[in-house]
Design a protein around this ligand. Sequence first.
Ligand code: MRU
Length: 339
Amino acid sequence: MRTIQWNAENSTVRMIDQTLLPVEYREIECENLAQLCEAIKSLRVRGAPALAAAGAYGIALASKLSSANDMESLLQDLKNATGIILATRPTAINLGWGVHRVIKAVSEAYDTEGIRDIALNEAQAIADEDVQTNKTLGKHGASLLEDGDTVMTHCNAGRLACVDWGTALGVVRSAVEQGKDINVVACETRPLNQGGRLTTWELMQDNIPVKLISDSMSGYVMRHELVDKVIVGADRITEDAVFNKIGTYSHAIVAMEHEIPFYVAAPASTFDFKGWEDSVKIEERDPDELRYMQGVQIAPEDVPVINPAFDSTPMEYIEAIITEKGIFRPPFLIDEVRT
Ligand code: MRU
């Protein structure tokens, strides 16, 4: 099962509910845009490339459900849907990339039926391409890994964060596929534990050796030479910085201090070709994510909280960015990726 896919039988978006893993594996169906947006906001589907597919399927879903029978009204409905989808999560640029790619494609349609068909076909193409892109990216990245390497990663940049295969974990999967013996150290990734819950789960499913650490242990494992390389994913890459799950920046600093290569693996759709570090909105999430864990109160009920979902790592900490177009090394020229 892909992380997210179109269910043609009843025109719904089917996905793995990632909030329940690893305790329970459940697939859910989003029947309308409100359900899909709730799934994005509450991280039932999450991870930048999976969000591109979610956004694209959201437009396909909106086009199917719209009762409009003239092109102008249908396109207006899709414009409204675009605004609703983009308001769910602001940082991962892939969400808007997926939505806008479908909107651009439907502008070629001649009638309402054409709009609906093109929207779904384009969304399917985005989902299919994601798998291929990650495999290509994975192969490029695997050339950076040596037999016997231990790779530290943060959050989940695996198949659950994409349609399939993964970016950072896609590199690991490709290296393993080439016969290399690779071990992974997964940072827990507080507050929502995507590393502890998802990265460990999907690697164990594939029999790839993984050890879990808390985020605060990353300095220890790097200082004690228990890690050879760090590979993370990204939610947005500007000319000057990489945005990824909160905590990434701290790992990058420690990695540089210990001369451990720090790699970012991300498809070209993650690049914000016009953006700079200062122009990017970082999602601030519900304070209760820190005050409670799985419904159990772990801090004073009314303690003020700072809860940014992402941080930015300046380009100088990054050894290379692995994409489907190849490996790019700073000083980083974003135009090289664009072309
Ligand atoms: O809040 P999330 O779980 O959507 O954050 C995900 C990450 O930060 C991932 O590292 C990133 O999206 C890259 S996924 C290939």
